[in-house]
Design a protein around this ligand. Structure first.
Ligand SMILES: [Zn+2]
Ligand SMILES: [Zn+2]
Ligand SMILES: [Zn+2]
Length: 303
């Protein structure tokens, strides 16, 4: 159960980031607007409120995407799907870069708090809100929406932002695999606690959300086991990843770009023993970056 572009339309492209919107946002929009119309004297304010929710979610996702880019990662896509917003970010595999890419989303909501508060105070101070109760109600609704999004995302349940922030912090002193393992186990516990609450609240949306969280936690846990296995393999001395400086594992863990057969890049200097193709780049199993084999050579060459 992963968010996909299926059922979404592309809204626009900004700074090379495609923004997709799932059709259920329109259904939810009609529902939310119809719920909120009675709160206002002029019904179009309910529509503004929905657009406000959309904008806050979008700003949060752009926070992730732009922060990820600022540390040299990839981010090309944002999807507003039924369970919220998702920014597809691929930061470099370092705890600091990951922490910044994740924390930037909630930080956008933190920055919105004084902005929305300032707007409310300014409206009061200038007397603009007088005779315009809808405007004051609208600002208050935005403040509430922003706070709910912030608090929910900060729950320490992987893969919510809070859980991923916790994971990045643990990564500094526990390493890549163990930090993910701890965060995903805590996420499974937190998800189970949320499930109890969702059953009590009889919320279908929460139920779907929890299923999504739990399946991602489980995938995270399985992935952590794979990384740990790789981390424990014997190492090939004399080589190191030019990006993250990790020494590569010893064994046939790479696939030939031509014939797809597995072989050990470092034993044959990236020449495939099956089809003799010289592989242009060697993938680092630790950080996911690909570089030519020559760049991996960490031995000192004396003449
Ligand atoms: Zn987020
Ligand atoms: Zn080959
Ligand atoms: Zn690397």
């Amino acid at each position: 159960m992963l968010p996909t572009r299926q059922g979404s339309i592309r809204l626009f492209r900004l700074w090379g980031i495609d923004v997709h919107l799932h059709w259920l946002w329109f259904v939810a929009g009609i529902y939310l607007v119809s719920q909120r119309v009675p709160q206002y004297e002029a019904p179009f304010w309910a529509l503004f409120e929905y657009l406000g929710l959309f904008s806050i979610v979008l700003l949060h996702e752009f926070g992730h995407a732009l922060a990820c880019r600022s540390v040299g990662g990839d981010a090309h896509q944002i999807i507003l799907w039924p369970l919220g917003g998702v920014a597809y970010v691929n930061p470099p595999a370092r705890p600091g870069a990951t922490l910044w890419s994740i924390a930037a989303g909630p930080l956008v909501n933190v920055a919105l708090i004084p902005i929305l508060l300032g707007a409310a105070v300014a409206l009061d101070g200038t007397g603009w809100a007088e005779g315009r109760p809808d405007l004051a109600r609208f600002i208050r609704a935005l403040q509430d929406t922003n706070l709910v999004i912030l608090i929910f995302n900060l729950l320490p349940i992987y893969p919510l932002d809070g859980g991923q922030i916790l994971r990045s912090l643990l990564w500094f002193f526990m390493g890549k695999a163990r930090s993910l393992m701890v965060a995903s186990v805590l996420g499974l516990i937190g998800g189970a606690a949320l499930a109890v609450w969702a059953v009590r609240a009889q919320s279908i949306w929460m139920g779907m959300m929890i299923l999504f969280l739990l399946s991602n936690c489980w995938a995270g846990f399985k992935y952590a086991q794979v990384i740990r296995k790789i981390e424990r393999l014997p190492r090939r001395d004399g080589f190191a990843c030019p990006v993250c400086r990790t020494v590569p594992p010893l064994g046939a863990f790479w696939r030939c770009q031509q014939c797809q057969q597995p072989f050990d890049m470092f034993e044959t200097s990236a020449v495939c023993p099956h089809c003799a193709t010289i592989n242009a780049a060697t993938l680092c199993p630790h950080c996911g970056e690909s570089r030519p084999i020559q760049a991996w050579d960490a031995r000192v060459h004396d003449i």
